[in-house]
Ligand binder design. Structure first.
Ligand code: PEP
Ligand code: MG
Length: 536
């Protein structure tokens, strides 16, 4: 049995299709001259762009914003001035185009792999993808191998985004790879496509060969190579049960969120882009409880401007209607470091200039986001949530900034809303201990149990050795949650949880017992959680 990260739920039994290394390069015939290689390069880039745009067009017509962004990002990588000049430099020094592409991509990916940010390191997979597509185009072996009729489990050292996007659901029933994490593009795409996936499985391509029968348990992060008949039967039943459960849950979309006693519970949805507000609406949530805006800054050369952000927030606010649409301001830090922002690599990115600290240090960048939010608030029920609040003064500073922006917008006769509810994330020990003071300054409080657990237990969630300590079920964390919840409620302000723990069905009864009655979770978990609440 092999273990990895459970990146996308579900079960699958199938034959492995193992992808190793890079595509074959047809040997180039004739003499290599820089002029000839340069013209081949220009033609290949043109073809790459045409093809990528075609694929982007196709995915837009089917289901995907994420996929389109990734493909657009690939064009951006290839045309990046650094990549472009490196390939041209190598060609000028006598390299064949194939060698120049391989070498430039290797250098580029090494630079990304040195980044302290997990997210940027994972973008190295995109470079492999760009390299492989370019090599395919150059060698004209551009027709992809026909997909088998039977469903397969795609296995690779690194699952590149295009491998994942190409994993047509009719033929690929699961994904597994030696590298990658929860936030890698392959994981994001697998979840969006509803295919089980287990990533970060050491040595998987050495252990499993194409044609082997394999079980993938994406719910628990388990892979079973060459299982016996009984195990196959057991997992086929699990897969069927999982499918039945998903179908049965549909009836909870129209039900109110109540405990067994009939007591009402507030259930909000967490989103990372405005389109997801539709999913939140479809599963009958009470609104959006957490719009993580840092993802709007990822995979791009420049941060989004005021009008671009206005359009995004306005869209989410209109979809959400009268219900609250809570937007968290940029939460840079830990593993979320957008390449377009200037952040310094440090020893401990978790307790560094992150969250609200970053925004208050980069006031002009912050003002762009606040201005867009205050303008978008004129179109719906927008609330603003501040990440990593440590002191009440940080909230006061933001209020003063919003007043200043309000005066400026009024002076320019630009439509905006005043008195937008301003909330604080309670996710540090400081915010917990001073919850009474934070509650005086904030209009509402959201407990971020992911970071709160990490900081209360002084245990990094990415560190395998201390995973047992980094658990929200630890008594110290539960006491912290209760303290924040009781204190903020006593001050007459709304309080809820927006960390992953709110979707942990084992922990949910405990959180209810502690008195928490507001949760914000991913829309994919809403029906499961609503059903579980109805039995508590
Ligand atoms: C949290 O820390 O619980 C939280 C919701 O914020 P994030 O997971 O985005 O850090
Ligand atoms: Mg957090």
């Amino acid at each position: 049995m092999l273990y990895g990260l459970a990146c996308s739920n579900g079960y699958a039994v199938g034959k492995a299709e193992v992808i190793r290394g890079i595509p074959d390069i047809s040997p180039q015939t004739g003499k290599v001259t820089p002029e000839k290689e340069l013209s081949r390069y220009i033609a290949a880039v043109k073809l790459f762009e045409e093809r990528a745009n075609q694929v982007a067009e196709q995915v837009t017509q089917t289901d995907g914003g994420d996929e389109k962004n990734i493909i657009t990002w690939h064009i951006f990588i290839l045309k990046d001035p650094y990549m472009d000049s490196e390939i041209k430099r190598l060609i000028a020094s006598g390299f064949s185009l194939e060698k120049a592409v391989i070498s430039a991509c290797e250098t580029y990916s090494k630079v990304l792999l040195m980044s302290p940010s997990e997210i940027i390191r994972q973008r190295a997979a995109d470079i492999i993808d760009v390299r492989n597509t370019m090599l395919e185009i150059i060698s004209s072996s551009s027709n992809p191998a026909p997909l088998p009729d039977e469903s397969v489990i795609l296995i690779a050292d690194t699952l590149t985004p295009s491998m994942t996007v190409g994993a047509d659901k009719r033929h690929v029933c699961a994904l597994a790879a030696a590298n990658g994490g929860m936030t890698s593009h392959a994981a994001i795409l697998a979840r969006a496509m509803d295919i089980p996936a287990v990533l970060s499985v050491e040595g998987i391509t050495d252990i499993i060969s194409s044609g082997d029968t394999v079980i993938i348990d994406g719910t628990n992060g388990i892979i079973i190579p060459n299982p016996d008949e009984d195990t196959i039967k057991e997992y086929r039943e699990k897969a069927e049960e999982y499918r039945r459960r998903q179908l049965a849950l549909a009836e909870y979309a129209d039900k109110p969120t109540v405990l067994k006693s009939g007591e009402r519970v507030v259930l909000y949805g967490n989103i990372v882009d405005p389109e997801e507000a539709n999913e939140v609406k479809a599963v009958g949530c009470d609104g959006v409880g957490l719009f993580r805006t840092e993802f709007l800054y990822m995979d791009r050369a420049f941060p989004p401007g005021e009008n671009e952000q206005l359009a995004i927030y306005k869209k989410a606010a209109i979809i959400t209607g009268d219900k609250p649409m809570t937007v968290r301001t940029l939460d840079v830090g830990a593993d979320k470091i957008p390449a377009c922002l200037e952040t310094r690599g440090r020893l401990d990115p978790h307790s560094d200039v992150r969250g609200i600290r970053y925004s208050l240090k980069n006031i002009e960048l912050f003002k762009v986001q606040l201005r867009a939010l205050m303008r978008a608030a004129a179109y719906g029920n927008v609330r603003i949530l501040l990440p990593m609040i440590d002191t009440p003064d940080e909230i006061r500073q933001v209020r003063a900034l919003m007043k200043e922006i309000g005066r400026e917008l009024k002076g320019r006769r630009i439509k905006y809303k005043e008195n937008i509810p301003l909330g604080a994330m309670a996710e540090t020990p400081a915010a917990c201990i001073t919850a009474d003071l934070i509650a005086k300054e904030a209009d509402f409080v959201s407990i971020g149990t992911n970071d709160l657990t990490h900081f209360i237990m002084a245990a990094n969630r990415e560190e395998k050795e201390v995973r047992h300590l980094c658990a929200t079920s630890q008594i110290a964390v539960l006491r912290a949650i209760k303290h924040i919840s009781d204190t903020v409620s006593a001050a007459g302000k709304p309080v809820g949880i927006c960390g992953e723990s709110a979707a942990d069905l084992k922990l949910l009864p405990k959180l209810i017992e502690l008195g928490v009655r507001t949760f914000s979770i991913s829309p994919a978990s809403v029906l499961d959680v609503r059903r579980a609440l109805s039995e508590i």
